[in-house]
Design a protein. Structure first.
Length: 86
């Protein structure tokens, strides 16, 4: 079980360090006209309507369920291994 928790901590820690890739060199807002600014309509729409929080909650729920499933599965396997040794 400790290995699973350590693995999840490693994965989440490495994901926290990730930053989105920049496709274009950095420009100031003055240099960008309204026609040149990149638009991410889906993210903006989700943020404006407050649905981004629903997406985050669903993702956290799925990840929590996976962690709980792995912990229960690890306990069952450990119990079976102990029975095999005895």
């Amino acid at each position: 079980m400790f290995r699973i928790v350590a693995l999840w901590c490693f994965i989440l820690g490495s994901m926290a360090g990730l930053q989105p890739a920049k496709a274009q060199p950095a420009q100031t807002e003055v240099e960008l006209s309204s026609a040149q600014q990149p638009e991410v309509e889906m993210a903006d729409t989700l943020r404006q309507e407050g649905k981004i929080y629903v997406v985050v909650i669903v993702l956290l729920t799925v990840l929590t369920g996976l962690i709980i499933y792995l912990v229960v599965l690890d306990r069952k396997v450990s119990r079976l291994e102990k029975q095999m040794r005895d």
